[in-house]
Each structure stands twice: as structure tokens, then as C-alpha cells.
Design a protein around this ligand. Structure first.
Ligand SMILES: Nc1nc2c(ncn2[C@@H]2O[C@H](COP(=O)(O)OP(=O)(O)OP(=O)(O)O)[C@@H](O)[C@H]2O)c(=O)[nH]1
Ligand SMILES: [Mg+2]
Length: 439
């Protein structure tokens, strides 16, 4: 009932982050949408699913706020399944705020909560719960593999398997019911056939469970740490990779004191790239010693160490698990070694590719594969597995058909909870509250 009441409220939110951009976007969803669009743009009628140009005016003061494009959607043919509007003003946060304020003057309209549009899409049957949750992953994935996985979940790949499984549980339950109903007329039930079907269901759940990957491991950005002697050119190299003057560079040895972390976008995803204070042979001051300690501590956590060497130092032996790179190739080159120059950019593309290969190689997603990261989905699968195991045990030791049928009901219940055919407000709240506003 709570949900019915909620649906009578119209919600509004910006879809784009606060800040200056060419164009911003806002979204409205709910029963007031049509009235709002007519009032804001002063039109008698509005054609759905068509980009319209209009001048948006405050409904009360009639002050002109912006001239822009908007689209009206007539439910159920919309993202949320309700009447909705998308508004694309100039990307000035002041304009976005004025439009929000204008829309909030209508009665029964309020700001949307995080994920509320997608929650409505779920409640209106536009997406199942796995798909709805994956919308958040599509937005937040930091690697191409994680993004591809989220797309596959959104397209329903996992949901389909769960639904098929729930169907086969249902048909097995129907078989059991039949046996209960006709118990007196039947000869011995086909226990072997039943066990085979249960084992099949057990196997499928098991294989789905192997697809679980801990979300923190999946979302963790790989980290590369650049280290080397003072003045080797570490900070310059990171600036060159970022193509911006982000870090302080000078010819004074010991310029970098603290380690500094930046984000670098590579072809397969983002990485954390860390600049460290030069590690010399012997610290010359207490501060030096502290800086070097810090460098060593962050190095211990690196997924990849990049050892940057000034070619004037001569050729070094590469340590295990590190990438040996010679800097300042515009001055001097070390033969048969990986050389880069932050000045001429020589070797930088190769370095990016190498980093990508080393930090993202195993994380590519095979075409037919997908993984799940949702703890909730994993727990549901485990509940289902426990039920099937109990049913198998009953069948083997004490084949009371009613008891087996009861277990199968709990299995089906657990499976249907995954896709949200059975759900509670608490569960929805916990899923959608992690979303951004406007999604
Ligand atoms: N010619 C040339 N000079 C470079 C190159 N990279 C860095 N340098 C110079 O080398 C000096 C040291 O550069 P930094 O990037 O500050 O070196 P660093 O390794 O970060 O030094 P610390 O932070 O002191 O450990 C500066 O004078 C840079 O201009 C390069 O590719 N070519
Ligand atoms: Mg430095």
C-alpha cells in the first residue's frame, strides 16, 4: 500500500552532476508530468517521445528560465513506466536549480531519492531486481570488463537463468503435488527420477554460485607505484602520462616528499598511479628518512612496481615483479631496455599499453561469461541450495512427499527473491539507496 501511495507522488531530480557543462539534464516522473510540461512550456498539447524545443517559464512568476529541448514520455512507454519528462537546459547549475524550484512549486511533487526512478521502473515491471541493481553498476564500473558484465546483467542474462531454474523447480513441485493427490492409485513413485531432477537443480545452483565475486575485489582499482632514486624523473613521468602538470617537478633531488596518488585512465579501465619520494642510498636528513619509509610502505601494497631509472646511473638489474623503465631517453638511451622520455613523449604509448596489459590482462570477460557481485543474490542462491540439499536428503532417507514439496517451495521462494518477484520494502530500500540521485 505504501508503494501505491508513493506512486501518486511525482518526483524530480537532476540527472547530471552539479557543475558546469554544455548541457544538463533533469528528469520528472509521476502523474503530474503532463500538467507540469504543459504549464512550464505553455502548450496545450504535447506529443510523447518527441524532442521539442521550448521556452521554460516559472509557472507562477512567468519568468523565463531557459530555452531548451525536452521530451515527454507517456507511461507505460517510459523508463519508469510512468508519465515522465526529460529536460535538457544549458549546463549551468543556477539554471538547473531554478528549474527544480519551478517544478517543486506544483503540489504533490518532491525531490527524488537516490535510485528512485529505477525503483519505480522495477515496481512497474520495467526491470527485474537483478537488472535494476545492475543499472548502478553500469554507471559506476571503473573497468571495461566490469562495465561489460554490468551490461550483461542489465540485459537479463543472469535473470533468465534464475527464472528458468525457478520454472524447473515449479514443474518438479507440480510432479510432487500430483503424487500427493493420487497417492492411493499410484504404484511406487519414481524416486530415482525425482532424485535425478533434484541433482540437476542442485548442479545449476552450484554453478551459479561459482559466478559470485566479491564486490570489493571487482571494484578495487589496480595500483601501480612509480619508485626510484631522487631526480629520476618520476613526477615528470606521471605528469606526462596524465598530460597535465599535476605534480611538482624540479631539478632539486627530493622534490616529492609524500606519496601522491592520481587516477590514470587506460584502455581497459582506471588505475591508481602513485608517485613516491625518491629512495636514495642513504637518507641525509630525518625528513628524508620519513619520506623513504612512506615510499616503501606504499610500494608493499602495489600491484605493479615501476622502477624508474635515470640512464646516467647506468644499467640496473630488474627485480622480480617490477617493470624497469629508463627515463630521459631524449638525453641518453640504454640499449635493449625500455626507455621513455617525458619531454619528447617517446615510449609513453608503449608504457600505457604495458600497464594496461599487466594490470588488466586477466580481467577481460569471456564472451559468454558473467559474474555476480551482489551479496543479496548470493544469499538467496545459498538458501535455495540448502533447500535442495534437504529435499535430496529427505528423498534418500525418508521420502515423505509433503515434506519434500515444502522444501521445494522454500527453494522457489529463494529463487524468486533474486529477481524480485517476491520482495520487501527493506530489500528495495537497501538496493536503491546506493544509487545516485536522478537514476
Ligand atoms: N631531459 C629530460 N629531463 C627530464 C625528464 N624527466 C624529468 N626530467 C628532469 O629531471 C628533473 C627531476 O624530475 P622530477 O620529475 O622532479 O624527478 P623525481 O624523480 O620526481 O624527483 P624526486 O621527487 O626529487 O624524487 C627535473 O629537472 C626534470 O625536468 C625527461 O624525460 N627528459
Ligand atoms: Mg618527484
Amino acid at each position: 500500500m505504501f508503494q501505491e501511495q508513493e506512486k501518486s507522488v511525482t518526483i524530480v531530480a537532476p540527472m547530471t552532476p552539479a557543475g558546469v557543462s554544455a548541457v544538463a539534464a533533469l528528469r520528472v516522473s509521476g502523474p503530474k508530468s503532463k500538467e507540469i510540461v504543459k504549464s512550464l512550456f505553455g502548450c496545450e498539447n504535447v506529443e510523447p517521445r518527441k524532442a521539442c524545443y521550448g521556452v521554460l517559464k516559472h509557472p507562477e512568476t512567468k519568468k523565463q528560465i531557459d530555452s531548451l529541448l525536452y521530451i515527454f514520455y507517456c507511461g507505460p512507454a517510459s523508463y519508469t513506466g510512468e508519465d515522465s519528462i526529460e529536460i535538457f537546459p544549458h549546463g549551468n547549475p543556477l539554471i538547473v536549480r531554478e528549474i527544480l524550484q519551478a517544478i517543486l512549486t506544483f503540489s504533490e511533487v518532491r525531490l527524488a531519492e537516490p535510485g528512485e526512478f529505477t525503483k519505480r521502473a522495477f515496481l512497474n515491471g520495467k526491470l527485474d531486481l537483478v537488472q535494476a541493481a545492475s543499472v548502478g553498476d553500469v554507471i559506476h564500473s571503473t573497468s571495461t570488463a566490469a562495465l561489460e558484465n554490468a551490461r550483461r546483467l542489465l540485459s537479463g542474462r543472469f535473470s533468465k537463468q534464475v527464472k528458468e531454474l525457478a520454472k524447473s523447480v515449479l514443474s518438479f513441485s507440480a510432479l510432487l503435488e500430483l503424487d500427493v493427490d493420487f497417492a492411493e492409485e499410484e504404484a511406487d513413485p519414481d524416486f530415482d527420477g525425482w532424485e535425478n531432477r533434484l541433482l540437476e537443480i542442485q548442479k545449476t545452483i552450484d554453478s551459479l554460485l561459482t559466478r559470485f565475486k566479491n564486490a570489493t575485489t571487482v571494484n578495487r582499482l589496480p595500483m601501480a607505484v612509480v619508485y626510484g632514486a631522487p631526480n629520476a624523473g618520476k613526477s615528470s613521468l606521471i605528469n606526462a602520462l596524465l598530460a597535465e602538470d599535476r605534480l611538482l617537478v624540479s631539478n632539486v633531488a627530493g622534490t616529492t616528499r609524500d606519496f601522491v596518488e592520481v587516477r590514470l585512465m587506460l584502455p581497459s579501465g582506471e588505475i591508481r598511479l602513485v608517485d613516491t619520494a625518491g629512495i636514495g642510498n642513504a637518507p641525509v636528513s630525518e625528513l628524508d628518512a620519513l619520506s623513504m619509509e612512506k615510499s616503501k610502505a606504499i610500494l608493499a601494497e602495489a600491484d605493479l612496481k615501476i622502477h624508474l631509472v635515470d640512464p646516467a646511473e647506468g644499467k640496473l638489474k630488474s627485480e622480480e615483479n617490477e617493470l624497469l623503465v629508463y627515463s630521459k631517453s631524449d638525453i641518453l638511451k640504454v640499449e635493449n631496455e625500455f626507455c621513455v622520455s617525458s619531454k619528447t613523449r617517446e615510449g609513453l604509448d608503449e608504457l600505457r599499453n604495458l600497464l594496461n596489459e599487466k594490470l588488466y590482462a586477466e580481467k577481460e570477460l569471456p564472451t559468454e561469461d558473467f559474474w555476480i557481485t551482489s551479496e543479496r543474490e548470493r544469499l538467496c542462491l545459498e538458501d535455495a541450495l540448502v533447500g535442495v540439499n534437504r529435499a535430496i536428503e529427505l528423498l534418500r532417507n525418508n521420502p515423505a512427499v509433503e515434506l519434500i514439496a515444502f522444501e521445494m517451495q522454500t527453494v522457489r521462494h529463494a529463487l524468486l527473491s533474486i529477481t524480485g518477484e517476491i520482495s520487501s520494502e527493506d530489500i528495495l530500500q537497501s538496493i536503491f539507496s546506493d544509487f545516485c540521485i536522478g537514476k
